[in-house]
Design a protein around this ligand. Structure first.
Ligand code: 0X9
Ligand code: ZN
Length: 304
């Protein structure tokens, strides 16, 4: 497998080999975890990062690549994970050590591989449904499932699936999350593109739960992100900012478990390259996104 350096987009096995390499390099901090599995039998692999052996009830769950073609998300998740381990910046070290982290860089592994081998613009899972393939894994979670902004047509890119958690990848990953939900304070979901920081929910334009808190912190995170290279993000409720969409993973976490800190990123760009973002933008996108992470997770330092 190729050397890992965030100068290219990597195949699933290269990402997993890199996860193995950080487990080997940081054995007291990084633990391998299997978050689930896919229809075609691939594992959803991730890591747990913790600088403590205590049970602290401040776990952050980070998920990337739920949409296959959004390659920048897999890359940015490993970029941030790498910086949490290696950066000597005091602000990054403080958040790295305060929280326990789970990173799952590729939660739709069948779709991700298919987007590399066969169809660069593939979005969904690869479960066969008649003559079409795949459900939208971000319409398939069991909170207000199929109540708007999703399709019942298996050939649609937003097919909700025949029932909630019909997809092996979403059902197994949701079970993993359920197992850690009582200690988890944050759910971060990475998508692309459009440069948005989205706050629950997707079913309504009303601002529910702790929207005000998330909007206030999110606006400051977006300002920090912009201060690096000038990249401008819009922060707001999903349905009001983009469109109604139900069955999303983050909405399920907040709606089911009340997870406090919940953001969906739509990373670069705004459509010039869209999903096919040049690889020379991986590192700057990773840097600016990490800047926003620092603001979000500094906010709750010492308060959880
Ligand atoms: O439509 C989506 O799933 C996301 N946009 S994308 O262009 N990456 O497909 C938006 C996700 C909205 N999130 C939730 N409803 N939780
Ligand atoms: Zn997406």
């Amino acid at each position: 497998s190729r050397a890992f350096g965030w100068t290219d987009y990597y195949r699933l096995n290269d990402i997993y080999a890199w996860l193995d390499s950080i487990v080997a390099e940081f054995p007291n901090v990084v633990t391998p975890v299997v978050g689930g599995s896919s229809y075609e039998g691939r594992q959803i692999r991730g890591v747990r990062v913790s600088y403590s052996s205590a049970n602290r009830n401040r776990t952050v769950f980070v998920e990337a690549g739920i949409h296959a073609r959004e390659w920048i998300t897999n890359a940015v998740s490993t970029y941030i994970l790498n910086q949490l381990l290696r950066s000597s910046d005091s602000r990054i070290r403080a958040i790295a050590q305060y929280y326990d982290w789970y990173f799952f860089p590729s939660v739709n592994p069948d779709g991700y591989e298919y987007s590399h081998t066969t169809n660069r613009m593939w979005r969904k899972t690869r479960t066969p449904y008649g003559s079409c393939y795949g459900a939208d894994p971000n319409r398939n979670w069991g909170y207000r499932w199929n109540t708007g902004g999703a399709s019942t047509n298996p050939c649609s890119d937003t097919f909700a699936g025949p029932n909630p958690f019909s997809e092996r990848s979403t059902s197994t990953l949701s079970q993993f999350f359920t197992g850690i939900s009582s200690q988890t304070v944050a759910y971060i979901s990475f998508h692309s593109y459009s440069q948005l920081l989205l706050i629950p929910y997707g079913h309504t334009t009303q601002n529910l739960d702790n929207y005000a808190e998330l909007k206030q912190v999110g606006d400051r995170a977006a300002a920090a992100l912009a201060s690096r290279f000038g990249t401008r993000y819009t922060v707001g409720n999903i349905a009001a900012t983009i469109y109604v969409a139900t069955g999303g993973s983050m909405d399920w976490a907040k709606g089911t478990y009340g997870t406090r800190i919940t953001y969906t990123y739509e990373l670069r760009d705004q459509g010039r390259y869209g999903f096919v973002l040049p690889a020379d933008q991986i590192i700057p996108t990773g840097q600016e996104t990490l800047d926003s992470f620092v603001v979000i997770f500094e906010e709750f330092l010492g308060k959880l």
